[in-house]
Each structure stands twice: as C-alpha cells, then as structure tokens.
Design a protein around this ligand. Structure first.
Ligand code: FES
Ligand SMILES: [Fe+2]
Length: 383
C-alpha cells in the first residue's frame, strides 16, 4: 500500500452533516466530516492529547471534538480548543494533527493520503463523461476480502472473462477460444500514472434472469481497460457503435487484506432513470463473480517476483502494472506494513500530510515507509 495517492473515503451521500465518519484506509484510521459550509475534511483519527478516537466524537461548528476531553480540531488539523486550560488557555502548536487534501467529485469524497505539494500530486482519475449530455451515472459501493493489487490485476486481465463471467465468456465451452490482439496503450497516452489496452472479444448471449434486457445473440465487444495509480481502473465496454458503458473503479485498501470498492458506471444508452437499479444489479452480478475468485487467491498478496507465478502473454498489462508499482516503490512511497504490524500495540502512526513539510515537531510518528533503495534491494534479493 502506498502513500501519495487519492483514495475514495466515502460516497458523498454517506458523509452526512453533523456526524464524523470513521474510515480505515491503508491500514490506518481517519475521521472524515463536513464543516458548517458542507466542505468535507479528513484528519488522522488519533487525538494528539492521549489517543482518543476523534470519529467517536461530535461536530462542533467547523471542528471535530474528541470524545475523551473535548479538544477540538478544525479541517486544517489545528487544535482550536483545549477545555481543561480554561477560556483563556493558549493552544500549543504542536497539538496539530495531520489533515489531508480532500476532493469531492463524482459523488465521492477522495482524500490524498500523503505529503506531496499540490503541484506534485497525481490527479484523481478523470471521468470525462461526468455531467456530459447524453450520459448517465450509477455509483455502487461494495467490499472484498482480499488485496487491492490483486483486484486491480483482475481488472487488467483479459483472459478471465471467458471463465469467470457468463456475461462475457463461454465458461470454457468454446473450443476456438483464444485471446485476440491486445492493443497496448502505454503511458503517456494515459498520463504517467497508468497503462491500458484495448481488445475485441466475442461474448455470448446474456444469461436469463439478472440480465433480462441484454444481448440475445453472441456478439463482439470492444473493451478498453487500464489502471491509473495503484488503486483505480477504467473499463470502457463498447457493446455497439453507440452503446457504451464507461466504468471507473476506485479502490480503497482498508488494509492489505480488505478492500472497499466504488464503482462508477457511466452509460450513454438506457438513459431513463428507471434503468439505474437494473444497471447496478447487473454490475454487481459481474462484480460478485470477480469477488469470489479474488477472495480465494493465494498468496493473498502478489508474490514479490514473477518467478513464483507463470505468466503468459495475456498477462502483459498486469506485468506493466507491477512495473509501475516498482516506480512508486523506488520513490519510497510503499508503506512498511511489517514494521507497522510489529509496533501495532505500541505506536499510533499517521500518514504524513503536506503540512509536515512546513512544520516540525509532530506528536504522532510518521508511518514507516520502505526506502526506495531498500525496495530495490529487497526485490533483487527475492529474485
Ligand atoms: S484524548 Fe482527545 S481530548 Fe484527550
Ligand atoms: Fe472480471
């Protein structure tokens, strides 16, 4: 898991006024809340006084109030009030807590969990069709017990469709089956943060029941898919020249073995509102088929080298994804989860926020990261 990327923390709907929300991401706890203007904010959840859980507290004006002794923190992480000091008490600067940049878009609240300055940050994956004429969206949120890198790799895998999805493949019954040409879209066409590919495959008639109003005959689907950063995916399904489904999957690793997924599906067909529930049901039907497979993958984490798996040409973009991860390893952005686990009972860590570059003297330790050169050495030793 990495610092310095945007993570979906909640849907806009889930984040109601006057109620702090506890959200776990990359193995740490955060409090997400709205100020009096409705602006979303995200702070490290651990109170700098004596470790209270801020998300168990209350919203007071533009602040979240710790349930233990009532200290109040604003959206910038500044402590505004320490009740035990009395009305004239001066709040020491070192009480500040990490606050993370937040963007609320596409019906979701994203937090940037890292310390990069605004100009250095990778962007949230852009949803080009958002609020465009002729497009309509649905958003759904579900959980998987598994590792998010495994889940992203599932999205980049053209060969699983034939076996995992009866909506997309023939369940291994097609003797002629093979993976056709994959047209790779290397960075920079998708920006420096990802890679993708397009391919065409023959899909069967849609199954009865859950897929009532779909393809009644087999047909070619043109599908493009790729990743953006370590934790988001785009999948464009062109079922015909004018029937397009452009899906965006934003994943939040809760920890190394659990994921929360936010699937935003844009469509330019079946535009009536009454079709939304059907689209969600249909997407969930497919997502659940992936979920069953991802939850049983072993090891839970992808092996550190490709010699512990046997890759074939259809796995090409998965290898490209792993190369991208290595680039971010080399920047020193990977969290040292072994070290975090070792100290779990003794140390409350915080993901470093941008303010750590300006201010010294923070109460909470910054989370341990695997140094870029150490990541390279570890990789070398394992190969
Ligand atoms: S622990 Fe939060 S106010 Fe004391
Ligand atoms: Fe799938």
């Amino acid at each position: 898991m990495y610092i310095n990327f945007w993570y979906p923390m909640a849907t806009s709907e889930e984040l109601v006024a006057d109620k702090p929300l506890k959200v776990r991401a990359v193995g740490q706890d955060f409090v997400v809340f709205r100020d009096t203007e409705g602006q979303a904010a995200c702070l490290s959840n651990t109170c700098t006084h004596r470790g209270g859980s801020l998300s168990a507290g209350k919203i007071k004006g533009d602040c979240v109030e710790c349930p233990y002794h009532g200290w109040q923190f604003d959206a910038a992480g500044q402590c505004q009030r320490i009740p035990s000091l009395g009305p004239d008490g001066k709040v020491p600067g070192r009480t500040r807590i990490d606050a993370y940049p937040v963007e609320e878009k596409y019906g979701m609240v994203f937090a940037f969990l890292g310390d990069l300055s605004e100009s250095e940050r990778p962007p949230v994956l852009t949803v080009q069709e958002w609020e465009q004429e002729g497009w309509r969206s649905t958003l759904q949120h579900y959980a998987i017990v598994g590792n998010y890198e495994r889940s992203v790799e599932n999205g980049l895998d053209p060969a699983h469709n034939e076996f995992v999805h009866d909506t997309h493949g023939f369940q291994g019954e097609n003797e002629e089956y093979k993976i056709g040409d994959m047209r790779i879209e290397e960075a920079p066409s998708w920006g420096p943060w990802g890679n993708g590919f397009w391919h065409v495959f023959n899909a069967p008639p849609l199954p009865e029941g859950q897929m009532q109003s779909g393809r009644t005959q087999s047909g070619d689907l043109e599908v493009g898919t790729g990743h953006h950063g370590p934790n988001s995916l785009w999948t464009y399904i062109h079922a015909g020249p004018t029937t397009w489904f452009h899906q965006y999957l934003f994943e939040r690793p809760v920890d190394e073995g659990n994921i929360h997924l936010y699937l935003l599906c844009m469509r330019n067909a079946f535009l009536e509102e009454k079709n939304d529930a059907y689209m969600i049901e249909r997407n969930q039907y497919v997502a659940n088929q992936d979920k069953v497979v991802i939850e049983e993958l072993r090891p839970v984490l992808t092996p550190p080298t490709t010699t512990k798996e046997f890759m074939v040409p259809a796995d090409k973009v998965i290898l490209m994804y792993r190369d991208k991860l290595k680039e971010w390893d080399a920047k020193g952005w990977r969290i040292d989860t072994d070290e975090v686990d070792r100290n779990a009972k003794r140390v409350a860590y915080a993901i470093p926020s941008p303010a750590r570059r300006e201010h010294k003297g923070w109460v909470l330790d910054s989370i341990p990261l695997i140094a870029g050169d150490a990541a390279a050495a570890k990789l070398k030793a394992a190969s």
